[in-house]
Write a protein of this length. Structure first.
Length: 373
């Protein structure tokens, strides 16, 4: 049966996937209302939502998902029927150096949202019915795969290896428990690695783009033969949309691109694409004078193998058969087109990535990566 959200609370809507989701949703469902709740951590940026700020059907609330009273009043005052939960600490390396924030936000924060949703949607007679709580999770909860193992299905046992993955696994279990115990109408999606516009440049793809343009080393953890399954961010959001509107309550759906790459192959691909862009392009050489291509070099010359990540998962791969057969999902973007779009976006939005990289991100890198990496 089709469920059509009318008033949505998007947590983490100023982050990478959340901001893309807000754009996607308001373009496709302009008649609905979207309220974003975001704490604007280092990864959240209000500028990501500039194109929708000022629209009547959009509201931004600067606040924390761990603030029960705030979440409760937002759900009540805005008559929210659908909560789409993106807010999280999301970077594995940060979780290795400082797990506490991951437990606080990803576990406690998710629980606060569930408690508030239960209070408003299940215990308040004036609450909108029906309702939906969609939880955005990751394939990292399933742990790591050997080269010959089959991609993750929804029935794989959870085996998280990093504090980030463990915190997400824990939040997935809480979401499930609120459905099984109280009857909260939940859905969960577990997605593979995303890439695209607005991704904070601590994650592999935007980090590599920025480092090539500025002539900095390209850090490859270990041998670089770890494998990830990459999906363009809009294809993730189209999957979430399908799950919210057509998915079965209480179910989880894997979302993936059937697109496995080793890290080193991705880095070399980005190097080659940028080499092509620099070739004979004097304006680009002027804009990025530190890039190796300016002095006749190549991006690949910057590749630097560094110490491996602790507990580094060797391979993730998603089996998306359930969402494909049950909900008719398939990605629209090929990797070839998606990576070119992404590259162009970072070239066109140099001001954005330079601004978000100022300040806390640089300090954090210096603090944690001065030795080892
Ligand atoms: P991100 O780090 O870019 O954004 C997270 C957002 O959450 C930021 O805007 C931040 O300010 C906000 N936030 C953090 N703590 C908060 C708090 N306590 N209260 C309110 N807001 C808070 O993350 P992302 O890459 O956009 O990931 C979004 C979600 O998708 C996460 O739940 C992540 O686990 C999941 N996911 C990400 C990927 C990926 O490849 N990036 C893949 C699968 C699933
Ligand atoms: P990342 O983008 O952090 O996503 P995740 O850890 O959630 O998969 O990293 C993607 C892969 O790239 C992962 O195997 C770690 C590796 N990596 C590097 O080799 N060098 C880097 O500088 C970064 C950030 C990641």
């Amino acid at each position: 049966m089709l469920y059509q959200p009318e008033k949505i609370l998007v947590t983490g809507g100023a982050g990478f996937i959340g901001a893309n989701f807000v754009h996607f949703w308001l373009q496709n469902y302009p008649e609905s209302r979207v309220v974003v709740l975001d704490a604007l951590t280092y990864a959240g940026n209000r500028a990501n939502l500039l194109s929708v700020e000022g629209q009547e059907n959009f509201r931004f609330v600067h606040g924390d998902i761990r603030d029960y009273d705030l979440v409760l009043s937002l759900l009540r005052d805005e008559q929210i029927d659908t909560l789409v939960h993106f807010a999280a600490e999301s970077h594995v390396d940060r979780s290795i150096h400082g797990p506490d924030e991951f437990i606080d936000t990803n576990v406690i924060g998710t629980h606060v949202l569930l408690k508030a949703a239960k209070a408003v949607w299940l215990e308040d007679p004036l609450a909108p019915r029906p309702h939906r709580f969609h939880h955005v999770s990751t394939d990292e909860v399933y742990g790591t795969l050997q080269p010959n193992e089959q991609p993750f299905t929804e029935t794989n046992q959870y085996a998280p290896n990093s504090p980030y993955a463990a915190s997400k696994a824990s939040s997935d279990h809480l979401v499930r428990a609120y459905h099984e115990t109280y009857g909260l109408q939940v859905t969960t999606s577990n997605c593979s690695n995303n890439y695209g516009p607005y991704q904070f440049p601590e994650k592999l793809i935007p980090l590599i783009i920025g480092n090539i343009l500025d002539g900095r080393p390209l850090p490859i953890y270990g041998d670089g033969l770890q494998i990830r399954d990459w999906l363009y961010v809009d294809d993730h959001n189209r999957g979430i949309d399908l799950v919210i509107r057509q998915g079965k309550v209480g179910e989880t759906y894997n979302i993936g691109g059937n697109n496995e790459w080793t890290n080193i192959a991705i880095v070399k691909l980005i190097c080659n694409l940028l080499d092509e862009k620099f070739a004979g392009n004097e304006a680009m050489k002027k804009r990025f004078p530190q890039a190796p291509q300016v002095s006749g070099g190549k991006g690949e010359g910057l590749i630097t193998h560094v110490k491996d990540r602790l507990g580094h998962d060797r391979r993730y791969a998603i089996n998306a058969a359930k969402i494909t057969t049950e909900l008719g999902y398939s990605p629209m973007e090929s990797f070839e087109t998606g990576i070119r779009k992404t590259l162009d976006w970072y070239l066109d939005n140099e001001g954005w990535w330079r601004a978000v990289m100022d300040g806390s991100y640089r300090q954090w890198v210096e603090l944690n990566y001065s030795q080892g990496h």
